[in-house]
Write a protein that binds this ligand. Structure first.
Ligand code: 4NP
Length: 159
């Protein structure tokens, strides 16, 4: 089983949505026996919370159900997961810094959008403080990034 962890700041907007879209896509492609996913936040503000209601409602409108309770990223996650995908540069730096302090390798840490054709250094914007259109924009980005990422996994691991 290849295990993927999606990481953002609060684990209530972007990363639970990334996880839900990923799970939906792998089910459609019949890859759910080979791949699994979870999500976490670098911060601990929302531990135990359901995802933001705006994120859940928007996902539902797009046919995706989010079922997750927020948790904080933990040092054990470096070993537990095969891929760690950070939503933005700040999340990436946080995780990379933690690995450095713990003297752990973080070769499996990537920026989520690095799998998109033109996404290389781009971030998944944080919709938390914005309007409802921000949630659809994030959904569209995460759908494309996940499709590219799954294509990459299929190719790399011959799934
Ligand atoms: P997320 O969005 O990182 O996509 O879950 C946020 C949610 C909550 C906060 C920040 C970002 N917050 O500061 O509470």
């Amino acid at each position: 089983m290849i295990k993927v962890l999606f990481v953002c700041l609060g684990n209530i907007c972007r990363s639970p949505l990334a996880e839900a879209i990923f799970l939906d896509e792998i089910e459609k492609r019949d890859l759910d026996s080979r791949l699994s996913a979870d999500s976490a936040g670098t911060a601990g503000y929302h531990i135990g919370d359901l995802p933001d209601s705006r994120s859940r409602e928007n996902a539902q409108r797009n046919g995706v159900t989010i079922a997750h309770r927020a948790r904080q990223f933990h040092s054990d996650d470096f070993e537990e997961f095969d891929y760690i995908l950070a939503m933005d540069h700040s999340n990436y730096r946080h995780i990379a810094g933690m690995a450095e302090r713990l003297d752990l390798k973080a070769d499996h840490l990537h920026l989520m959008r690095s799998f998109q054709v033109d996404g290389a250094q781009q971030e998944v914007p944080d919709p938390y403080y914005g309007g409802s259109q921000g949630f659809q924009q994030v959904f569209d980005i995460l759908l494309d990034a996940n499709q590219r990422f799954i294509d990459y996994l299929v190719k790399t691991h011959q799934l």
